[in-house]
Structures are given as structure tokens and as C-alpha cells.
Design a protein around this ligand. Structure first.
Ligand code: ADP
Ligand code: MG
Length: 351
């Protein structure tokens, strides 16, 4: 188990990581997500030993590794740009760091190539610069796991690959995580990657851990507006009031004709009602149990889905429902409709 305790990292006057405490179990695949500059790479580099924390400690099982040199740690890192030696073969690239550690074994190279889905017969003796981007990243991955590290650190490793390849490698990385029983700490700003791959997601903002949990929890129960918007397409209704009486929460907004009442609301003092695009529905009749009168503003066909944009009285914001084609394609601009959703899909968040 790796534990970060009150980790802080300053670069001069800049506080890149504020006061970070978390632990990750062996074999977990944890994703660090957050906007650019939120401290994700800084955290990985402190775990790898490329950066020293200003204060706090990093503990691996019983050992304090806070100040240990990178090569003494059981960690290995994969970056967005894979930095292979271009004129060396695949085999040499993978053997090179193993030789430096005094552990070269040719059989091991073949085994590693199999693990990253590259046929050793075809690839082992190819020169690195003859490979495609995806193949090079597979080799970089093989090189990173060659020492059998306890923790693999991946800093936006699929960032420069095309979408189809990203999808494929994402799946392979998940499989590899299970097969190797190795802890993976994966940094991405791709929400889709985080939601699909992770056992747990850690959301960072300005060097703070703002929420952690299983993907579905963070998606369905974000802790504040920032996380709600960061974790998926969100319609936002600003509330005028939220009044709690005897376990009932009544929220009002100038966009609602009447307050909406929740009997099972969590213990939050919400400032906003959030409805995900794909939880929202637009139709002339009220077919769900919460609805707001609205006017269709635009419809945008996206494959077999339609994004229906509506205007809502008393709100400047645009509201969007991501609907299936059959329902969405019947709507026209100017139609009087209800922007509606199931009450249990309502997300209530503070600022
Ligand atoms: P992320 O990976 O989430 O995009 P980083 O960890 O790279 O964010 O950066 C966090 C903050 O620390 C940013 O404001 C960045 O400019 C700053 N930073 C990162 N590395 C250095 C450094 N070596 N020197 C000075 N500032 C740095
Ligand atoms: Mg980064």
C-alpha cells in the first residue's frame, strides 16, 4: 500500500500541491484527473522520486520512501512522449535499462512484448523509429514494467495517440493491470478514460484533492459544482433557496414554476440543481416527474443521438438534452416543450 501524508510541494512562491493525503491499495488502478496545472504530474514525480516534497511523507508499506532516489524505488514511469532510443531495436530498447540494473534476459524481452500485445517475432528486431506511435508506446510500456515494479506511474500515456488507438490501449492497460497485479496510478485529463478504466478516481484542483471515489459515485454524486461540471456534460439551474424541514428539502429557482421537493436528499446545502445531458429529456408533454417549460432552440444530430437545446424562461443559460434519435428528431425549433428529467437523476451541489 502506498500512502501520501500531508504532501506539499512549492516551486518558489507557487504552491503546486497543497496538502495531499491518500492511500492506494496494491493492484488498484487509480486515476488522477483535474484541469491542466492542478498538480497531477507533480504528484506522480514525487512518487517516482524525480521531485522532493517540500513537506509531508510518502510511505510504501512499512518503508518511508520520501527521500529515496528514483532508481531505488519500486516505481516506474511512462510518459506521453515515450523517449525510446530511435536507432536501437525494440529488443535493445527494452534490454538497455535491464542491463543497467544487471538483469538482462532475452526470454524476458519476448515475455514483455507478449504482455503488451506485440508479436516478438515480428517486432523484437525492428528499429524503434520504424514503429507507429501506438507501437512505440507499447514498447515504452514493456520497458517500464521490465523490472516488475510495484507501482506503475502513467502520465497521460495515450495523450498523443488518435482516438481509436486510445480506446484500444485503454482496454489493454486495464487488462494488464489485472494480469500483472501491479498498482497503476494513471494521470489523465480525459474524463472518458477516467470513468472507463479506474477502480477509483481522485479529482485534483489547484493542488487539492477535492473528491475521491468510485467512478459512478463521482459521476452521480459530485461534491460541488466544479466536480459536477468537470465530470460530465451538465445543465445547471441556479437556486434561489433551499429549505430543509423535517427531512424534506425544497429547492426553488426562478427557472422552476414551483419548488422541487426531495424527501431523500443527502445532507447538502445546495446552490445548484445539476442535470446531466443524457438524463434530460425534451417533449411537448410532461412524461417525467420533474419538468420546466421551455422552447426548442436548436437540434443537432450526432450519429444516433440528438442534442436538443432549449431556452428556459428566467435563465440565461442554455439547456441541453442528449436524446435518442427517434424522440429527438421529431422536435423543431420554436416548439413549446418541457425540459424534463427523473427526480432521482437530480444532482444537488453547493458552489
Ligand atoms: P498538471 O500535471 O496537473 O497539469 P503540474 O503538476 O505539471 O500540473 O503543475 C502544477 C503547477 O506547478 C503548475 O502551476 C505548474 O506551472 C507548476 N510547476 C510544475 N513543475 C514546475 C517546476 N519544475 N517549476 C516551477 N513550477 C512548476
Ligand atoms: Mg501534467
Amino acid at each position: 500500500m502506498i500512502q501520501l501524508r500531508n504532501i506539499r510541494k512549492e516551486f518558489g512562491d507557487l504552491v503546486a500541491v497543497e496538502d495531499l493525503t491518500f492511500e492506494i491499495e496494491p493492484g488498484e488502478l487509480v486515476t488522477l484527473v483535474g484541469p491542466s496545472g492542478s498538480g497531477k504530474s507533480t504528484v506522480l514525480n514525487m512518487i517516482a522520486g524525480h521531485l522532493e516534497p517540500t513537506s509531508g511523507s510518502i510511505q510504501l508499506d512499512e518503508t518511508d520512501i520520501t527521500h529515496m532516489r528514483p532508481q531505488e524505488r519500486p516505481t516506474s514511469m511512462v510518459f506521453q512522449s515515450w523517449a525510446l532510443f530511435p536507432h536501437m531495436t525494440v529488443r535493445e530498447n527494452i534490454r538497455f535499462p535491464m542491463e543497467a540494473q544487471g538483469m538482462p534476459k532475452d526470454g524476458r524481452v519476448d515475455e514483455l512484448l507478449d504482455q503488451v500485445e506485440l508479436d516478438p517475432v515480428e517486432y523484437a528486431d525492428k528499429q524503434a523509429d520504424e514503429l507507429s506511435g501506438g507501437e512505440q508506446q507499447r514498447v515504452a510500456l514493456a520497458r517500464a514494467i521490465a523490472y516488475d515494479p510495484e507501482i506503475l506511474l502513467l502520465d497521460e500515456p495515450l495523450g498523443s495517440l488518435d482516438y481509436v488507438l486510445q480506446k484500444q490501449l485503454r482496454r489493454e492497460l486495464s487488462d494488464l493491470n489485472e494480469e500483472l497485479d501491479m498498482t497503476f496510478i494513471y494521470v489523465t485529463h480525459s474524463l472518458e478514460s477516467a470513468l472507463l478504466m479506474s477502480d477509483r478516481i481522485f479529482v485534483l484542483r489547484e493542488g487539492d484533492l477535492v473528491q475521491s471515489g468510485e467512478p459512478i459515485d463521482i459521476y452521480k454524486r459530485p461534491r460541488n459544482r466544479f466536480i459536477a461540471e468537470f465530470m460530465g456534460d451538465a445543465n445547471i439551474f441556479e437556486l434561489d433557496s433551499a429549505v430543509r424541514t423535517n427531512g424534506t428539502l425544497e429547492v426553488s429557482s426562478s427557472a422552476f414554476e414551483a419548488p422541487i421537493e426531495f424527501t431523500d436528499a443527502r445532507d447538502v446545502a445546495p446552490d445548484y440543481v445539476v442535470v446531466r445531458y443524457d438524463d434530460a429529456f425534451v417533449a411537448p408533454d410532461l412524461e417525467r416527474n420533474v419538468g420546466v417549460e421551455a422552447t426548442v432552440h436548436n437540434t443537432l444530430v450526432k450519429g444516433n443521438r440528438v442534442l436538443v437545446e432549449v431556452d428556459v424562461p428566467n435563465s440565461e443559460d442554455e439547456y441541453i438534452a442528449d436524446m435518442n434519435y427517434e424522440k429527438g428528431a421529431t422536435l423543431s425549433n420554436g416548439d413549446s416543450v418541457y425540459f424534463q428529467w427523473d427526480k432521482e437523476d437530480t444532482i444537488l451541489v453547493p458552489e
